[in-house]
Design a protein around this ligand. Sequence first.
Ligand SMILES: [Zn+2]
Length: 342
Amino acid sequence: MKAVQLVAHGRPGQFRFIELPDPNPAADEVVVAVRACGLNHLDLWLEENGLPLQPELPRIPGCEISGEVIQLGSDVDEWRIGDRVAVQSNLFCGRCEFCMAGEESICLHGELLGVERDGGFAERVVVPARSLVRLPEPVSCEASAALTLAASTAMHMLTRRTEVRSGHWVLVIRGASGVGTAAIQIARQRGAYVIATGSTDRKRELALSLGAQAALDSTSADWTAQVRHLTSKRGVDFVIEHVGGKLIEQCFQCLARNGTIVTCGATAGREVLLNLWPFFVKQQSLIGSYGRNRVDMLTTLSWAADGRLKPVIDRVVPLSETRAGFELLRSRSVSGKIVVKP
Ligand SMILES: [Zn+2]
């Protein structure tokens, strides 16, 4: 099979586009022919060695996989050759206390697909059968590869870790990102008012086209004041963010009493300064959200199937141009997802 391997970390890292032997499944695994695989910030972290783990190289990155089952391990009886599937990239054991409670993403023995084992920037990938989710017929593999990771991460944030409801004010940071585009749509479907941020006209127009009531220029010095102005000085009930660093302090400036910041990433910094006095006086919350569970993926894909959630794809690139996709994502010049198609 053809595959893209990361052979040395860096910014950019060193990749090779090579021919590898076809993989074989263990008893509880399946081989999936990859039809599409979304590119994510996780891939950049792997490339730059920015993760708090030491993955072995060479490694095939790629975690947002959709495709077709083409080979079954000897113990697999719940799937058939030809089934269209998406893959839960937070690989989980299925036996620990958190898995038993359906909280797969915080499995005690979790493993990241495309980081700790080979992922989807290849023609084939081997995954545990329990990590598969059935792809509904109307959802294309490209749409799935643009939604199953980022949008189900947003689904997890807005419907499981918190519960955004009708009438709430929701601030979506980086509204043109994978998580952002989905968070805007999910919040609007639930009847909330949405303010998004974006660093360019194109990104702000995208946020507005997805239903945001307002889209603010995140490069302007007073965007947090604009949030307070739009909410009649009250502030927002929820902030959905994945940037971290200094931005968290700005998010608190936008937050109403009883408000909640939900964070699922730290692309701009992992250490933040938190002033506890306004935090407890205003009864605010800061909630972590990690990945997604299969139930979030199923909800996301069923919303996609009935048109409530639309994938936002910036471009589809062939497997041979995966490396250029990494550069594009790093440059932050994309609106929506980059999808690799083997
Ligand atoms: Zn587990």
